[in-house]
Design a protein around this ligand. Structure first.
Ligand SMILES: Cc1ncc(COP(=O)(O)O)c(C=O)c1O
Length: 400
């Protein structure tokens, strides 16, 4: 008889972004010319100065277990970075380095959440938040945001939601946002922080797209608003997106000592530490020696500008301008309602676009927003141009 899986394992759905990507890869392997807009990673290579440092670490035999929370030189560099970029005073002891920001978030959730605690997640949301909250036996409380509010959570709505909950524990806030590209202003963050303090909940502030901001907008870390807010916030960040280092696996969290200490203990019994050479490489990455972050950001901005202008030319598609990250989320509700092919959901639409028009796009339902699809523009300009031609053709064909 087969071994019964745990309730946790049974509750977890596969990441839809990875599902789309793997289907697209399979079609590519069959020789089909698929343009993949599903991936959530920069298409650039890791800058040379970072790779050199990792090679040196291997040659120097820096290849053993490290302190579970991360080597102290790296935590010092992160502490300097938090002060320089985010106006945050954070002791290296209050920083935990983990195998990716994804691991940082679950470590924090494990450190603070009890079964049946409630964690607020504004939608559209990054796919892993809900699954991670469920993995610690807590409840995700989804609070929808509106396109007219640029998909940003309003403090008043947060306050009203919190009043209805029995065990509110945390809010997961993500600015710049995946999938919407929204960036919260200092004023908006201040209002949200006031509500979180009033209800005594933790803010888990995912700032992984911090370096990818356009239109002269500025990233504000909510933790920098005041000492009191800092005491209620764990900042999540990492090297994946800013330095094109997704496969290296390094993220970190910084926050109140007790939470970080407990999250470190948890990590010491699971992954132990981030691999030693990645930690060395991250030290130089965070010092940003060669301007590559700026160059990547500028290239993303050009692509976003083209994307937005072109996608808005498609009949009956609306799209808010994202100010950060590398995603665009067009509203395709017209085509869900008016098509003659029985396509009712964003999943149906994405299957159709992949199979008939050879573009891989993530269904909005993965982010709690079925009237949308998400494109990642971490792709060449050539692919973006051709992909949008296919997208338009695919949508228009639905009406015939
Ligand atoms: C909003 C958000 N947070 C965290 C992560 C995870 O980053 P990491 O590669 O550091 O685990 C991602 C990756 O897609 C993301 O989009």
């Amino acid at each position: 008889m087969a071994i019964q899986l745990s309730h946790r394992a049974r509750a977890i759905k596969p990441s839809p972004t990875l599902t789309v990507s793997s289907l697209a890869k399979k079609m590519k392997a069959q020789g089909i010319d698929v343009i993949n807009f599903g991936v959530g990673e920069p298409d650039f290579n890791t800058p040379e100065y970072i790779k050199e440092e990792a090679k040196k670490a291997i040659d120097d035999n820096f290849t053993r277990y490290t302190a579970s929370a991360g080597i102290i030189e790296l935590r010092r560099v992160i502490s300097e970075k938090l002060l320089r970029d985010n106006d945050l005073h954070c002791d290296p002891e209050d920083i935990l380095v983990s195998p990716g920001a994804k691991a940082s978030i679950i470590n924090v959730l494990m450190a603070v959440c009890d079964p049946r605690d409630e964690v607020i997640i504004p939608s559209p949301y990054w796919v892993s938040y809900t699954s991670q909250v469920e993995m610690v036996d807590s409840f995700p409380v989804i609070v929808p945001t509106k396109a007219s509010a640029k998909f940003k959570l309003k403090a008043k709505v947060l306050d009203q939601t919190l009043k209805t909950l029995s065990n509110p524990k945390a809010l997961i806030l993500n600015s710049p946002n995946n999938p919407t590209g929204s960036v919260y202003s200092r004023k908006e963050l201040t209002e949200i922080a006031e509500v979180c303090i009033k209800h005594n909940i933790l803010i888990i502030s995912d700032e992984i797209y911090e370096k990818l901001i356009y239109d002269n907008e500025k990233h504000v870390s909510i933790a920098s608003i005041s000492k009191e807010v800092r005491e209620h916030t764990v900042v999540i960040n990492g090297v994946s997106k800013a330095y094109a280092m997704t496969g290296w696996r390094l993220g970190y969290c910084a926050g109140p000592s007790e939470i970080i200490k407990q999250a470190s203990r948890i990590q010491s019994h699971t992954t132990s530490c981030v691999n030693a050479m990645t930690q060395k490489a991250a030290i130089v990455a965070l010092r940003e020696c060669d301007g590559s972050v700026t160059r990547m950001r500028e290239e993303f901005e050009l692509r976003r500008n083209y994307f937005i202008e072109r996608v808005r030319q498609i009949d009956n598609v609306t799209c808010i301008k994202p100010h950060g990250a590398f995603y665009v989320m067009p509203n395709i509700s017209f085509y869900l309602q008016k098509n003659k092919r029985g396509i009712k959901t964003s999943v149906d639409l994405c299957e159709y676009l992949l199979q008939q028009h050879h573009i891989a796009v993530v269904p909005g339902s993965a982010f709690g927003a079925d009237n949308y699809v998400r494109f990642s523009y971490a792709n060449s300009m050539e692919n973006i141009k051709e992909g949008l031609v296919r997208f338009e053709r695919g949508l228009l064909e639905l009406l015939t």
